[in-house]
Design a protein around this ligand. Structure first.
Ligand code: HEC
Ligand code: HEC
Length: 306
């Protein structure tokens, strides 16, 4: 007998024995006379026998078979191709699947039809509308707006910026100061085009290249545009920073952000677009409503105003 068949029989006996020990026989779980176990065992034996016979048949066929049929004219380095027709069953299944796929897309589960995600999004949108309507009047009171901003900040932003908005040891920006000298340096060297919503033009890199001037302007901006800082003021003008950011960093709508304090415009843009800089990357927040963005803007800008 050939080795494959011997191995198959050994495997069969092993599995049948293991099954018998596990579920049948005197020592098994079911105990003597439990016909359900006998049925299960005979089912298992039948499965093993059928599987073994089929596997052995095909393994032998693979060992001994020689292909037959008409060869195609081309061959690839001696490897030929038979011109056998596709088996009828395959063709039926193939074309059946094509028909089924078309049915599935157009009628069975059409694109844009009901989905749980769609239902969730609809509910969120309708809730947001209600929210906007409910608070539209109340947020006209600046104090109320700021408080709403603080609570939205605590649930959305505190994880990175800290409950005190102090940036948690440099993991994110300290929102009590407009910007650190290191971050200013980073923007001068790399430029920036993250706050696209509010300042679509972006800021070109390398407007200043002399390290002394870069240092001077970075300290000038980070320290809040001190009037007696002549070197800083001169460098700010030399870099043409004032043409976009204004003489004292007060910013210009649609052109460049305010640099002497946070303002709602800049915060809104950071929330909508996300931001990358010297500290790291901040993700965009697409889940916030307009009122929430305004509220967070009011709260964050109140932090950096001294
Ligand atoms: C062409 C207009 C333009 C000029 C000139 C310009 N900026 Fe900007 N600046 C921008 C814009 C736009 C942004 C917003 C960048 C963004 O979208 O990421 C910006 C952002 C900044 C920021 C804030 C970055 C942050 O992380 O919040 C600082 C600081 C800054 N600029 C400093 C300077 C200095 C210093 C100069 C002069 C060397 C200068 N800018 C020149 C347009 C300008
Ligand atoms: C996953 C962490 C993370 C979360 C959450 C996060 N931020 Fe940030 N945020 C950062 C990082 C990091 C920076 C610094 C980017 C850089 O290097 O300029 C930053 C920068 C900022 C800036 C810009 C400061 C500047 O000087 O340019 C503002 C404003 C800001 N975040 C506000 C918020 C608000 C408001 C929320 C909540 C809605 C929030 N962030 C949530 C990580 C985060």
């Amino acid at each position: 007998m050939n080795k494959t068949i011997l191995a198959a029989i050994a495997f069969l006996l092993l599995m049948a024995g293991a099954t018998y020990l596990a579920v049948g026989g005197a020592g098994g779980m079911g105990g003597e006379g439990d016909w359900v176990n006998k049925l299960a065992i005979s089912g298992a034996v039948a499965l093993f026998v059928i599987t073994t016979v089929v596997v052995v048949k095909f393994v032998k066929q693979m060992q001994n078979d020689t292909a037959s049929g008409k060869l195609a004219d081309e061959n690839w380095d001696g490897i030929g191709e038979y011109k056998n027709e596709a088996p009828f069953g395959y063709s039926v299944i193939y074309f059946g699947l094509v028909v089924w796929a078309i049915w599935y897309m157009l009628a069975g589960y059409p694109l844009g039809s009901y989905s749980q995600i769609g239902e969730y999004n609809k509910e969120v949108t309708s809730h947001d509308k209600k929210f906007e309507a409910k608070y539209a009047e109340k947020v006209k009171d600046p104090e109320y707006l700021k408080e709403m901003g603080e609570s939205a900040f605590n649930s959305n932003c505190a994880a990175c910026h800290g409950l005190q908005a102090d940036g948690m040891d440099g993991k994110a920006s300290d929102l009590h100061e407009r910007i650190s000298a290191e971050s200013v340096k980073y923007v001068i060297n790399n430029g920036g085009n993250y706050m696209k919503t509010s300042f679509p033009g972006g800021m070109p890199p390398m407007l200043l290249q002399d390290p002394a001037q870069i240092d001077a302007v970075s300290n000038y901006v980070a320290n809040g545009f001190k009037a007696d800082d002549a070197a800083g003021k001169a460098a700010f003008a030399a870099g043409t920073c004032n043409t976009c950011h204004g003489e004292n960093g007060e910013g210009m709508p649609m052109v460049a952000p305010k640099l002497n304090a946070m303002d709602a415009d800049m915060v809104a843009s950071v929330l909508k677009d996300g931001k990358k800089g010297a500290i790291g990357a901040m993700p965009a927040f697409n889940n916030l409503t307009d009122i929430q963005i305004k509220a967070i803007g009011a709260y964050v800008s109140s932090l950096s105003q001294k």
